[in-house]
Design a protein around this ligand. Structure first.
Ligand SMILES: Nc1nc2c(ncn2[C@@H]2O[C@H](COP(=O)(O)OP(=O)(O)O)[C@@H](O)[C@H]2O)c(=O)[nH]1
Ligand SMILES: [Mg+2]
Length: 211
């Protein structure tokens, strides 16, 4: 593909909201399309990343509509794959009991959603990933789900700070630093690599060459 930018090449032709669901049994029948779930703590930059990824503002807006933020939100992209935006985890103002219901609601989906192929796990570059992130990573390898770990908001760090931040996040998650993908919704850094990894883990095949 030479110097062509993948994100420009892999044009997002269509994004359609399918439905919101509060549990696995309400999840839509999507005709066998591979599914990608996106998880992260509240404020990690999930909505901003989704907007960048599909180059649509309305998509993440749907997920941010009051009443829908605590649901699984399903979208179809290019009739090629399904994106499931999971509720943000650990919102500070939510009492502890409600936070543990995150696990109950998401658990069944993550454990038994048939078309689910991969998880995009977002980690803020200025925060230490904790038990929750480690549990999700372990869960993915147990269930055989591909895991793409994205370190968000890297524009906030200098080159030197970034190097140590990536090392710190990698150590906390028990992965190699090059397994992590640095990303910025502000600058678009990492977008091509993100598309490349999503294409690979969902087995979408080579994006077609532009006409
Ligand atoms: N500097 C910077 N700020 C970001 C980035 N991504 C998100 N933010 C900001 O972080 C805050 C939370 O972002 P949002 O996408 O709503 O997070 P969500 O709660 O995970 O959906 C907002 O103020 C965003 O403008 C980024 O890549 N760089
Ligand atoms: Mg959001």
């Amino acid at each position: 593909m030479g110097s062509l930018k993948l994100a420009e090449n892999l044009a997002v032709r269509s994004v359609a909201f399918i439905k919101s669901a509060s549990r696995l049994s309400e999840s839509p029948d999507t005709g066998g399309l591979p599914e990608l779930a996106i998880a992260g703590r509240s404020n990690v930059g999930k909505s901003s990343l989704i907007n960048r990824l599909v180059n649509r503002r309305q998509l993440a807006r749907v997920s941010n509509t009051p009443g829908r933020t605590q649901l699984l939100n399903f979208f179809k992209v290019n009739d090629a794959f399904v994106l499931c935006d999971l509720p943000g985890y650990g919102y500070a103002k939510v009492p502890y009991e409600m936070r543990s219901s995150w696990g109950e609601m998401i658990g069944g989906y993550l454990e038994r959603r048939d078309p689910l192929r991969a998880l995009l796990l977002l980690v803020d570059c200025r925060r230490e990933p904790g038990e929750w992130e480690r549990d999700l990573a372990t869960f993915c390898s147990t269930r055989g789900l591909a895991l793409v770990t994205v370190v968000t908001k890297v524009d906030k760090l200098s080159k030197a700070q970034r190097f140590s931040a990536m090392a710190r996040v990698a150590r906390a998650l028990g992965v190699a630093p090059d397994a992590l993908l640095g990303f910025s919704s502000e600058t678009g850094e990492g977008l091509d690599e993100l598309w490349r990894r999503v294409t690979r883990v969902l087995n979408l095949g080579e994006p077609s060459a532009p006409a």
